[in-house]
Design a protein around this ligand. Structure first.
Ligand SMILES: Cc1cc2nc3c(=O)[nH]c(=O)nc-3n(C[C@H](O)[C@H](O)[C@H](O)COP(=O)(O)O)c2cc1C
Length: 194
């Protein structure tokens, strides 16, 4: 079973970013036999901030981090905060094993107040994924507040962009560059026994 995990860096709810991630998850799993999970930082951050380092994760935090480390594909979305992704999202990635996302296809997405920071996914999230040797896909998705009504996607151009990104992810999952996929079978084993 293919596992697709959506990560939303929002620290409040309701959230446009979470709505965007949900829409991307729906597109990503279209026609696939896939299990999806949506992790929103508004719920996960209070758990993850109990640990300042990976070895301090409790069972609840470890379960979240392991779900990410075991994903076959990721959707990483964040509201733009101070021209970047949220600190809560960075904290999450500071707890992820640096080897665990090698070769994992990733859709990069963001929401912002204005179009000005539309390159945030490419300029901030893409380098973060490059550190992990993940495979961020070519099509990024950026939406502004006016693209949503009642915290739901309400713009046809945005819907098209979401569909494009979802199609890229499905292609990456069904025609994988298998040699690039070198995930650890038990990424947290050493941490558990250390
Ligand atoms: C602390 C803070 C910083 C922000 N910084 C920016 C910014 O630099 N650029 C921008 O376009 N929007 C900025 N915004 C607006 C949010 O990115 C925007 O409202 C976003 O859609 C909120 O997402 P959410 O509904 O998922 O929380 C900021 C909002 C907050 C609360």
């Amino acid at each position: 079973m293919i596992r697709i995990v959506g990560l939303s860096g929002n620290v409040k709810a309701p959230s446009r970013t979470a709505a965007l991630t949900s829409a991307l998850l729906d597109e990503a799993r279209r026609d696939l036999v896939a299990e999806t999970r949506h992790i929103s930082l508004v719920e996960a951050a209070p758990v993850l901030f109990r640990a300042l380092r990976a070895e301090q994760l409790d069972d609840e935090g470890l379960e979240i981090i392991e779900a990410i480390e075991r994903a076959d594909a990721l959707i990483v979305s964040s509201p733009v905060y101070r021209a970047s992704y949220t600190g809560a999202l960075k904290h999450l990635f500071d707890l992820v094993d640096y080897r665990a996302l090698t070769g994992v296809p990733v859709i990069l997405a963001a929401t912002g107040g204005r179009a000005l920071h539309g390159l945030m996914p490419d300029q901030q999230l893409r380098p973060l994924m490059a550190f992990f040797k993940a495979l961020p896909l070519p099509t990024t998705v950026y939406a502004v507040e006016s693209d949503f009504v009642d915290f739901a996607v309400a713009n046809d151009a945005l819907r098209e962009r979401i569909a494009e990104a979802g199609a890229e992810l499905r292609t990456a999952l069904t025609k994988p560059a298998a040699s690039l996929r070198r995930k650890l079978s038990e990424p947290t084993f050493a941490r558990r026994t250390a």
